[in-house]
Design a binder for this molecule. Structure first.
Ligand SMILES: Nc1nc2c(c(=O)[nH]1)N[C@H]1C(S)=C(S)[C@@H](COP(=O)(O)O)O[C@H]1N2
Ligand SMILES: [Mo]
Length: 155
């Protein structure tokens, strides 16, 4: 079975999986919160300059200035209990796992849920809402477009 947390394809899907950018946030206690993109945009914002989308198969694009909300800030707003990892999965079955240690040790370039790029709102076709993992510069497999579900895992 295809595991979205281990994507193996390098053909980026060009099509948004749905028109809607709402995100479902699964909490470790079994509850789910639905987060509209407007609610995400209303949160404190962070910008990251000089981001590149690096693809082994089809080159590099950028630099981009991505702007949005820190993944850590989103988590802190909804969950203050213990956490071991966070699964970020798109509507087209593409995803990555972020470890709690990564979030604790982010430094000046934090992981972002981007809603804007180069001063413009990201369009759905561009990947709204897009995860940006600035430490990953190999193959773009963690630069997840169309984030649909964020699962907080403890244990
Ligand atoms: N949801 C989703 N995110 C994705 C992919 C995808 O197919 N679906 N492809 C990945 C790959 S392999 C690449 S190279 C980049 C391409 O990003 P771009 O469309 O901005 O160039 O997105 C990454 N994120
Ligand atoms: Mo890729």
């Amino acid at each position: 079975m295809h595991d979205p947390l281990r994507p193996h394809r390098h053909d980026p899907n060009p099509e948004p999986p749905s028109p809607d950018a709402e995100i479902a946030l699964d909490l470790p206690d079994g509850q789910t919160r639905l987060i509209a993109v407007e609610a995400l945009r209303a949160m404190p914002r962070t910008a990251l300059d000089a981001c590149y989308i690096v693809s082994t198969g089809h080159g590099t694009s950028g630099p981009f200035r991505f702007e949005g909300v820190r993944l850590q800030a989103l988590i802190a707003r909804w969950w203050d209990g213990p956490l071991t990892s966070v699964e970020v999965v798109s509507g087209d079955g593409f995803g990555t796992r972020v470890l709690a240690e990564e979030l604790a040790d982010e430094g000046p370039r934090p992981i972002l849920l981007a809603t804007d790029c180069d001063g413009q709102p990201l369009r759905r076709a561009d990947g709204l809402v897009r995860l940006i993992v600035p430490s990953e510069r190999d193959d773009a497999l963690r630069q997840v477009k169309w984030v649909a579900r964020i699962r907080l895992v403890n244990g």
